[in-house]
Write a protein that binds this ligand. Sequence first.
Ligand code: NCD
Length: 294
Amino acid sequence: MSASLIQTNDLDSQTIEAIFEDASQYLDGKFYDDLKHKLIITLFFENSTRTKSSFEIAAKRLGASVVHLDVAKSSTKKGETLFDTAANLDAMGPDAIIVRHATSGVPKNITDFAQCSIVNAGDGNHAHPTQALLDLFTIRKHFSGNIQGKKIAIVGDIKNSRVASSNMELLARFGLEVILVAPEVFMPQTSLRSCDDIREVIDELDIIMSLRTQTERHDGSVIISTEDYAKKYCITKELMGDRDILLLHPGPVHRNIDISDEMLLDPRAKVLEQVTNGVAVRMAVLKHLILANG
Ligand code: NCD
């Protein structure tokens, strides 16, 4: 059975420490040959800018060959089932298939049809494990490893966000206090501390993770105007004041709805550093999964 990564708790904390150690080294920007003669396929059924290119760059920086299946031109458009598509790709002998799909559970189900490692690059609102890993990595780096008891507010459309759901598990496991901040329509059922106004908690916070409104997953029942939402939840300079708070966002950012233009330029915003760290963390994840297969 190949090692797959479907959700954050597929990796124990010790393994995550080892992955972060490798990732720290890969921040040097160099090319390595750990995955020379390995073959990786990217299979994205949903749009992506960062995650797809980040995985492809990570694979190439480790010397792997990468094939991207253009789903729009594939036989899934001729009526082939998704699982037949995966089984056929697997029959070509890749070491890993990296999958993104709009439906929760698809990457996990593909593991039944494939011999190679399956890496979840985001499924519905279920999980986005490598995003949470790169977020935790960025937080640890910023606080030089001292993250026990740090307070993070996850702000926005938490209910529909796979980034939020993976981070809730991972950040809590590594000792952070997670506070959910969202209007009622975007709040999941939770036992975590939660509130609908960031101003109530901002003085306590060490980190804010702002999220995009996941309009593609709304069924028409969400009635909140962008303007009203932004008034209350947009992270602005005025809201942040001179507080020493690390500001994160997984992208894509809705400017002036999630975070203001001005705040994106502020040194407290580490959105692009997350992207840089993402390549190094994905290099370490791919190496771990593929070489664990022997
Ligand atoms: C996220 C995603 O696709 O889940 N983006 C990403 O991978 N960096 C978040 C989002 O789309 O809002």
